[in-house]
Write a protein that binds this ligand. Structure first.
Ligand code: NDP
Length: 293
């Protein structure tokens, strides 16, 4: 039987609709407009596309959007001064520094200079620690989007075997923490994992976050498993031009899996929707109001 296609685009549109409803209520009932500031250093083309699309969707849900575009050569002290200014700005509830940063800037230092309460990417060391200890935190947007789709599809994830391929701080590790929090038995695989195919074959849930186009073939997938493809890779088409593919080989995996996310239209749109949801949560917490569920 063909796999169910988990439609991240439609799911994300629903999440953005809920965010817009909360934003309207915050304005009407409390006179508060949630504000998101995005800081982009340099001219990385992919980052420019992401930042533009984040700004557009922030405005679409009725929030305030502020973009700070800085030269690639910006001094660290100047970037830290801008973050300090945003930390103390009462109209800004979420701050996102687009990664990667140019090599002369210390990414850890920059991220950890963001007020953890405004750290809507969930990368500040305090939020990482809170997530790891199962306390309320800002949860990184991409893994949060994956978890929402998994919960929506399965209901409870309790007792399921989950394999996360990739151990980055922004996707793999927080994804594993979230799945553990939902009582999955979690394996984190990476470039040194032995017999990766056998490890993946055990999984009821496979999350691929590797950055290698179509690396996971269908014969690694347990029949009926759910496959969440985080990868965004651009490859050449035989007839010329390029197209986006994920980290799993979609056709062969979809033939075996029970459910699968497409690329594009799966995890990507959920990431931005979760960023907007995190900004509303940060705004509510800053104003002593209950955060949306
Ligand atoms: P990183 O490069 O930071 O991490 C990649 C991980 O994959 C590493 O842990 C690495 O292992 C592991 N890996 C590399 N090669 C292999 C291999 N042959 N076998 C097993 N594991 C391997 O990437 P990110 O986590 O930042 O991103 C992963 C993918 O997700 C990318 O395609 C990225 O574009 C995409 N992405 C998509 C987002 C979205 O919104 N949809 C958001 C963020 C990322 P090791 O640690 O041993 O080197």
């Amino acid at each position: 039987m063909a796999a169910t296609v988990i439609d991240g685009k439609a799911f994300a549109a629903r999440v953005r609709g809920q965010v817009a409803t909360h934003v309207a209520a915050l304005k009407a009932d409390h006179g508060i407009t949630p504000g998101l500031a995005v800081v982009l250093v340099g001219e990385d083309p992919a980052s420019q596309v992401y930042v533009k699309s984040k700004g557009k969707m922030t405005l679409e849900v009725g929030m305030k959007s502020v973009e700070h575009k800085l030269d690639a050569g910006t001094a660290e002290a100047d970037l830290l001064a801008l973050i300090h200014q945003l930390n103390t700005d009462p109209e800004i509830h979420g701050i996102l520094v687009q990664l990667p940063l140019p090599g002369h800037l210390d990414e850890d230092l920059v991220i950890n200079s963001i007020d953890p309460a405004k750290d809507v990417d969930g990368f500040h060391i305090s939020n990482v620690g809170l997530l790891g200890t199962g306390q309320d935190s800002m949860v990184p947007c991409t893994p949060l989007g994956c978890l929402m789709m998994l919960r929506d599809h399965h209901g409870s994830l309790s007792g399921m075997d989950a394999v996360v391929i990739g151990r980055s701080n922004i996707v793999g590790k927080p994804m594993a923490q979230l799945l553990l929090g939902d009582s999955c038995t979690v394996t984190i695989a990476h470039s040194r994992t032995k017999d990766l195919a056998d490890v993946v074959r055990r999984a009821d849930i496979v999350v691929a976050a590797v950055g290698r186009p179509q690396m996971v073939p269908g014969d690694w997938i347990k029949p009926g498993a759910t496959v969440i493809d985080v990868g965004i890779n651009r490859i050449d088409k035989p007839e010329g031009g390029t197209r986006l593919v994920g980290d799993v080989d979609y056709d062969s995996c979809a033939a075996v899996a029970g459910a699968i996310t497409p690329v594009p239209g799966g995890v990507g749109p959920m990431t931005i929707a979760c960023l907007l949801a995190n900004t509303v949560t940060a705004c509510c917490r800053a104003n002593g109001l209950p955060a949306p569920e």
